[in-house]
Design a protein. Structure first.
Length: 132
């Protein structure tokens, strides 16, 4: 299974959760293609959760914000929960100024908290191997 998307944005599949991120170079066409590809992967991979890390996103516009909300709605219809993690304060301020509260979009402070909310837990240490 490939972890890369056709857009150059990796979409990783970890234990029923798709993990991906958004970068600053996100124009409207790329945002729509990203949403379509991620929706297709949710269905193909039978994912129950999606984590979108936006910690590298420094600016957001109303179109990208609406695309995130629509993606969340589409994912929910497919039975998957979406969590947007790592929002920068400047992005949050911009969303409020634009009057966009990302209705229906769950957020987490960082990717680790988002993954935990989706039920994915990393073990503290690798399992010990028998020496016999």
């Amino acid at each position: 299974m490939s972890g890369h998307s056709t857009l150059g944005v990796p979409i990783l599949h970890l234990g029923g959760v798709l993990v991906t991120g958004l970068l600053n170079e996100l124009d409207d066409k790329t945002a729509v293609a990203f949403a379509e590809e991620l929706t297709e992967r949710i269905s193909a991979d039978h994912a129950h959760g999606v984590l979108i890390d936006i910690s590298r996103l420094e600016i957001i516009d109303s179109f990208v914000a609406r695309t995130l909300m629509e993606l969340t709605s589409m994912a929910r219809l497919l039975g998957a929960r979406v969590i947007v993690a790592g929002m920068r304060p400047t992005v949050a301020i911009t969303l409020v100024e634009l009057g966009l509260g990302l209705d229906g979009v769950e957020t987490a402070l960082n990717a680790e908290q988002g993954m935990a909310a989706l039920g994915w837990h990393q073990s503290e240490k690798p399992p010990e191997r028998g020496t016999t």
